[in-house]
Design a binder for this molecule. Structure first.
Ligand code: GLP
Length: 260
């Protein structure tokens, strides 16, 4: 079972996870961070930017993003390349060449999955993977039904996900139909998974992922198969967890040396 940490709010979550990552980077300047998009990881990125301002040197790390839309023009502000550069690459002062994002260009998309898997393999994988979760339980863009063995590939977004993400575009018609996403099998290879979720709207997905049946119908439940998965959520996102009292008890009695 994943370790569940219930925190007061997203700022506390962001600071907690950012502190942990900063400590790992100090110990290993060549740390590899898996970055996620969406609104959920933003407090972590703010926390990391604060660590950078306080003097932590992130310039030796490598990042791999989880996913990318297919077919957005290069430089589109909502392409995940642009989002990751805005939220991570620039604030942390990283060389853009160290920040990998799947190739969602119309020309490259047919081989994008294999090339990304090869880049991950050649680099030696991801040390810590940040994850959000979709309201339908998707991880990255692995929609319900995605195989737990899946690798980076092109997927068709569900209408639910397109509606959820329409807020970033002028209208739902502008939300791409396809994406290139790391598979659940790819994500499960990372050394440590840190999944975050905030707000009532994520409570069902969190309960399904953490305590529900391990099933391709709930991609988030893949985290139950990982040896080191940490779930950092606020009270609202935790509100449908059956064993919340136990998680709080374990959190209160967590050994100081343990970290997340
Ligand atoms: C997107 C991303 C996911 C993200 C999810 C939730 O579809 N591909 O990686 O976890 O949406 O988004 P948000 O964090 O904005 O709720």
């Amino acid at each position: 079972m994943a370790e569940v940490l219930i925190v007061k709010n997203k700022e506390e979550a962001g600071a907690l996870v950012a502190e942990h990552i900063a400590a790992k980077v100090k110990a290993n300047p060549a740390f590899t961070l898996g970055v996620a998009t969406g609104s959920t990881p933003l407090p972590v990125y703010r926390g990391l930017a604060a660590q950078a301002e306080a003097g932590v040197d992130f310039s030796g790390i490598t990042c791999f993003a989880l996913d990318e839309y297919v077919g957005l023009p290069a430089g589109h502000p909502e392409s995940y390349r642009a989002v990751v550069d805005r939220e991570v690459t620039e604030p942390l002062g990283l060389d853009v060449a160290r920040v990998n994002v799947p190739d969602g260009s119309a020309d490259g998309v047919q081989t994008a999955g294999e090339r990304y898997e090869e880049a991950l393999r050649a680099h030696g994988g991801v040390d810590l993977q940040l994850l959000g979760i979709g309201t339908d339980g998707h991880l990255a863009f692995n929609e319900p039904g995605s195989s737990f063995g899946s690798l980076t590939r092109v997927k068709t977004l569900t209408e639910q996900t397109r509606e959820d993400n329409a807020r970033f575009f002028d209208s739902i018609d502008d939300v791409p139909m396809h994406c290139v996403t790391q598979g659940l099998g790819t994500i499960l290879r990372a050394g440590h998974l840190v999944m975050l979720a905030f707000g009532e709207g994520k409570a069902d997905a969190v309960a399904g992922a953490v305590e529900g049946a391990v099933s391709a119908s709930m991609p988030g439940s893949a985290i139950q198969l990982h040896a080191h998965a940490t779930v950092v959520i606020d009270e609202a996102a935790a509100s449908k967890l059956k064993f919340a009292d136990y998680y709080r008890h374990a959190q209160r009695n967590k050994p100081d040396w343990q970290g997340i």
